[in-house]
Design a protein around this ligand. Structure first.
Ligand code: ADP
Ligand code: ZN
Length: 518
């Protein structure tokens, strides 16, 4: 059967071999196991269900939440000579009914549907009439409340499967591999957790870096000048940011498109096409851009602001270097952006999800403050596995001297202990350490603490950044209630007692930007 799969790969896609995870995933479903397939964005998940769909008799159903992506995928399949169709809200009722009739006549090997369809009893009864050998659940993390994109209609999938006259094979696919999400998916779809295929989350051709304490506009200008001929995406947080950046870059004579949800359909589509067809080299966009975009020669992805969590970050950054050539993923970090993201989470008003969103934001912030390998940090986040340092990222290539900061850490930790733990945030701690005359500091009587002002020769900003570093090193922990409060992490006690020394790279970040291959 694998031999047949290989021939299909060659015939329809023109690839001579499977990637390692693909082969395992395909084999697993073809052997009749319901399977969870976890691969990073760009890892090649589509083939994992498309090839089994070609091998099996009947119409495979693909559940996908991304309406825009469906059409592209179906077009690509048709081009590869594979009969496929999609049904979603972009079709009229008549069109949808027509496609269902064609499906019943066995005209499609793959039928893509949006999960909301499962809420229609009429649609469901027509679905029951089809021979369905395989259900592929794309973006399966949408099942989980712990995922970053929970969709209630995804929870109907298992009931739908139960109602089918013949039990189909089930394959769930996602790029989110945190353990909680994986468990939820397996539980919801009744997949045996041992049938999980996870492939390496490291992307060998990507170099990650975090740029702190630099003027972003200047950084961007210099970077784009050096990499003028390369294709890249710049992600900004809001539509307004996108408009402003776009205008600024245009003025600088840069060939740039933009994309955000506030633009008309026509504007958006033409901006996207210009970029995809290399008529423009730079795309400035909100996170609305990129789902289902398969542009292989993107040489860099710059995040102009902090994304809200690691899932979004890795998905967006992962759009660089799909062709396997060296590419850069740069995050421009500024502490205010954390506040902006916190504000947005607050505004969402979703009390149930708030603590978990805040926790994810904290982990995103930790990523920005770590001094270890960034690729390692990412892989650990997504899969819980440790890989050797990548040797390419901003931290691996940072050869500044490390300084012993144990004493500084002790000052911060002991001040935190004296102020009371799990009561205040890091800003107040920094104020006490720098001897601020702030009303709150005086009202609480902190000016009489022995640790008051012990770091007064440094700026509050500097000390806050040091506290953030201690958080990223898991020496200080954060608890997210109504507002975030901090306390000494159990690991921090070793530093306090002098049983552990702590090193930090010199505070000023002077990393040079990457140069293009001039
Ligand atoms: P994902 O859905 O995991 O983000 P895709 O299925 O869109 O990834 O595949 C990403 C890219 O990798 C596509 O351009 C695809 O053509 C390519 N690809 C997938 N499998 C292979 C393979 N076995 N050999 C070479 N290229 C592949
Ligand atoms: Zn590294």
């Amino acid at each position: 059967m694998l031999e047949q799969a290989r021939q299909l790969l060659e015939k329809h896609y023109g690839f001579s071999s499977f990637r390692p995870g693909q082969e395992r995933a395909i084999q697993s479903v073809l052997e009749g196991n319901d399977t969870l397939c976890v691969m990073p964005t760009g890892g090649g998940k589509s083939i994992c269900y498309q090839i089994p769909a070609l091998v099996m008799e009947g119409t495979a159903i693909v559940i996908s939440p991304l309406i825009s992506l469906m059409k592209d995928q179906v077009d690509a399949l048709l081009q590869a000579g594979i009969p496929a169709a999609y049904i979603n809200s972009s079709l009229s009722a008549a069109e949808a009914a027509e496609r269902m009739s064609s499906a019943k006549e066995g005209k499609y090997q793959l039928l893509y549907i949006a999960p909301e369809r499962l809420e229609s009893p009429e649609f469901m009864s027509r679905l029951m009439e089809l021979p369905i050998p395989l259900i592929a659940v794309d973006e399966a993390h949408c099942i989980s409340q712990w995922g970053h994109d929970f969709r209630p209609s995804y929870q109907r999938i298992s009931r739908m499967i139960d109602r089918l006259p013949q039990k189909p094979a089930v394959m769930a696919l996602t790029a989110t591999a945190t353990e909680k999400v994986r468990e939820d998916i397996c539980l919801s779809l009744n997949i045996d957790e041992s049938n999980t295929v996870i492939t390496g989350f490291a992307r060998e051709n990507l170099s990650f870096s975090v740029i702190k304490g630099q003027d972003r506009q200047r950084f961007l200008k210099e970077f784009l000048k050096k990499n003028a001929s390369e294709s890249g995406i710049i992600y900004a947080a809001t539509r307004k940011n996108v408009d402003q950046l776009h205008e600024g870059l245009m003025k600088n004579g840069i060939s740039v498109s933009k994309y955000h949800a506030g633009m008309s359909d026509n504007e958006r589509i033409s901006g996207q096409e210009d970029f995809l067809l290399d008529r423009t080299t730079v795309m400035v966009a909100t996170n609305a851009f990129g789902m289902g975009i398969d542009k292989s020669n993107i040489r860099y992805v710059i995040h102009y602001q902090l994304p809200k969590n690691m899932e979004s970050y890795y998905q967006e950054a992962g759009r660089a270097g799909r062709d396997g050539l060296d590419s850069e993923c740069i995050l421009l970090y500024s502490p205010q952006d954390v506040q902006v993201q916190r504000f947005l989470i607050d505004q969402s008003g979703d009390r149930f999800r708030m603590p978990q969103e805040l926790e994810k934001l904290q982990l995103m912030t930790d990523y920005c403050h770590t001094e270890g390998c960034l690729q390692q940090k990412i892989v650990r986040y997504f899969s819980g596995n440790d890989i050797p340092p990548c040797g390419r990222c901003g931290n691996c290539t940072d050869n500044r001297e490390s300084r012993d900061v144990t004493k500084d850490a002790q000052m911060v930790l002991s001040c935190l202990v004296r102020m009371g733990q799990k009561r205040y945030g890091k800003a107040l701690l920094a104020q006490v350490l720098t001897g601020s005359q702030n009303k709150k500091v005086l009202d609480f009587g902190f000016s009489s603490l022995p640790t008051y002002g012990i770091m007064k020769n440094r700026s509050a900003k500097d000390v806050t950044s040091f506290i953030e570093f201690l958080i990223s090193q898991e020496l200080i922990a954060v608890e997210h209630g109504t507002y975030p409060v901090i306390y000494v992490h159990p690991n921090g006690k070793d530093v306090l007692t002098g049983n552990r020394t702590l090193f930090r790279k010199e505070a000023v970040q002077t990393r040079e930007i990457a140069s293009g291959d001039e």
